[in-house]
Ligand binder design. Structure first.
Ligand SMILES: NC(=O)c1ccc[n+]([C@@H]2O[C@H](COP(=O)([O-])OP(=O)(O)OC[C@H]3O[C@@H](n4cnc5c(N)ncnc54)[C@H](O)[C@@H]3O)[C@@H](O)[C@H]2O)c1
Length: 329
């Protein structure tokens, strides 16, 4: 019998249950139980997932059968619950964003280190086929040396952000921390550390009470120039990433569509997500978490990546909210 990691789920909402389902085909992992602050939801999830419902978070932490936790509660709870999970000696898969304050991210990283436990943050965007393929092609040098990147994530998600914890910036961190940490993590994965040179944000509607559309200019330490535009109020929507290099251009359309590149000389090459053929992203992510613990395999992204995504989201917000000096004429 091979090793099996015993996992508890905290937060049985949308993503928590989706992650729990992804554990099913993994013979190296077993869902041991679930806890949710909403008792009715907890029992429904336990029945659906054919698992045990813990009476309390404390009871879950005290369970010696448990090796690791998936924390899929709203962002403002990640710090408090995550610290307790790590201090109880359990490995932690924490949904993004790692926390809403940088000091909280650092405390979580330190707690993981002190406990000698794995901390992974759910930056799953990297494992979606077109995002993954863009990194592979860049590493293969298909467009030479990258010069510039322009990412646009636009959609009409105003109603989603008007409801529940997402509407409260103290609980969700607003759109930058709740959603666009994914894009900021992806860009850093592609090209390394960057500074936020300038940023602007707009909040045309009173609810939710945070920036709903924003732009930023980025300067990567390796000289690449970047621009990012994200929106939850754009009716036409669309996802575009375009990277210009010394020998060609690469483009993709995010979660669906295609990825393609064209070199200065040569045919255009194009792939669909199916042709990229990578595993289901959430399954792949959890398998990596499990294998990092059981076999010390490298994680595709870790707690530090989660920390840097938060740091970069906060840096954009700081730029957005810093008043401009009066123009000198
Ligand atoms: N990686 C991704 O693609 C992705 C997608 C969606 C959500 N998320 C992240 O996952 C987290 C949860 O999002 P969601 O959409 O599943 O939210 P949700 O509202 O559907 O579920 C959250 C659940 O947490 C429970 N909860 C709240 N406080 C709790 C506490 N103190 N203890 C135990 N349970 C508690 C709620 O009752 C609820 O059932 C967020 O951090 C979000 O950013 C990530």
């Amino acid at each position: 019998m091979h090793k099996q990691l015993r996992i508890g789920l905290i937060g049985a909402g949308g993503i928590g249950r989706h992650l729990a389902w992804q554990l099913r085909p993994l013979s190296e992992a077993k869902l041991v139980g679930v806890y949710d602050a909403n008792t009715e939801l907890k029992h429904r999830a336990a029945a659906e997932l054919e698992t045990h419902a813990y009476t309390s978070f404390k009871a879950l932490l005290a369970d010696p059968e448990l090796d690791a936790c998936i924390l899929a509660t709203p962002p403002h709870t990640h710090f408090r619950l995550g610290m307790q999970i790590l201090r109880s000696g359990k490995h932690l898969f924490c949904e993004k964003p790692l926390a809403l304050k940088l000091s909280h991210c650092d405390a979580l990283l330190q707690a993981a280190q002190e406990a000698g436990r794995v901390l992974m943050v759910g930056h799953v965007l990297r494992l979606f086929p077109l995002f993954w393929q863009s990194k592979q092609w860049l590493q293969e040098g298909v467009i030479g040396e990258p010069i510039s990147v322009h990412l646009q994530r636009r959609g009409f998600e105003l109603n989603l952000f008007k409801e529940g914890w997402r509407a409260d910036p103290k609980q969700s961190g607003g759109v930058l921390l709740e959603m666009n940490v994914h894009e900021l993590d992806y860009l850093r994965w592609l090209f390394g550390e960057f500074q936020v040179v300038a940023a602007q944000g707009a909040q045309p509607y009173p609810e939710p009470n945070f920036v709903q559309h924003w732009h930023a200019l980025l300067r990567f330490e390796n000289g690449i120039v970047g621009a990012i535009e994200c929106s939850i109020i754009d009716r036409l929507g669309g996802y575009t990433v375009r990277i210009v290099g010394t020998e060609g251009t690469l483009e993709h359309s995010g979660f669906s569509g295609f990825i393609r590149y064209k070199r200065h000389a040569g045919q255009e090459v194009q792939l669909t997500p199916e042709e990229v053929g990578t595993p289901e992203p959430f399954l792949w992510e959890l398998r990596s978490f499990v294998r990092a613990i059981l076999y010390e395999e490298p994680l595709p992204y870790d707690g530090y990546d989660g920390r840097m995504a938060v740091a970069n989201a906060l840096a954009v917000l700081k730029r957005i909210h810093t008043p401009l000096k009066k123009a000198q004429v």
